[in-house]
Design a protein around this ligand. Structure first.
Ligand code: DQA
Length: 142
């Protein structure tokens, strides 16, 4: 069973990007942990990262076309701005689990609104790299 893991802008810099907020684990390491946990859960992950909004939209469509079981989506700052991503999530039947390393609700007011959250099955935020593993567990239960 296929799970798409989609990461948005600036998440390619994880490891060195504001480590006091996002931790020092790289995206490659997170993807590696997800792949190994997926194996234990009888799942398979396909991991992508882009700094470009439309590319993320295309991957949501692709996950739908491949009948993925779920999408784990950390849309980065597009979380708080992107009607296009919200519409893409609404346009497909694949459940989307919103993921954040930090807890946006404890941060600046502009991070308190999530377009993704308005169509997501659920949200996991605030547990650093573990947020992704917790989201994968959630996907396994869908
Ligand atoms: C983030 C939170 C967003 O507000 C921010 O723009 C990011 C990362 C997180 O994982 O905590 O890029 O999605």
């Amino acid at each position: 069973d296929l799970v798409y893991v989609l990461n948005g802008p600036n998440l390619n810099l994880l490891g060195t990007r504001e480590p006091t907020i996002y931790g020092s684990t790289t995206l490659g390491a997170i993807n590696g942990m997800l792949a190994s946990r997926a194996g234990e859960l009888g799942l398979r992950v396909q991991c992508h990262q882009s700094n470009h909004e439309g590319v993320l939209v295309d991957w949501i469509h692709e996950a739908h076309g491949k009948a993925a079981r779920a999408i784990l989506l950390n849309a980065g700052a597009y979380t708080h701005t992107s009607v296009a991503l919200l519409d893409a999530i609404k346009a497909v039947t694949v459940p989307v689990i919103e993921v954040h390393l930090s807890n946006p609700h404890t941060r600046e007011p502009f991070r308190h609104t999530s377009y993704i959250g308005q169509a997501a099955r659920g949200t996991i935020a605030g547990f650093g790299a573990r947020s992704y593993l917790l989201a994968l567990e959630a996907a396994a239960g869908l």
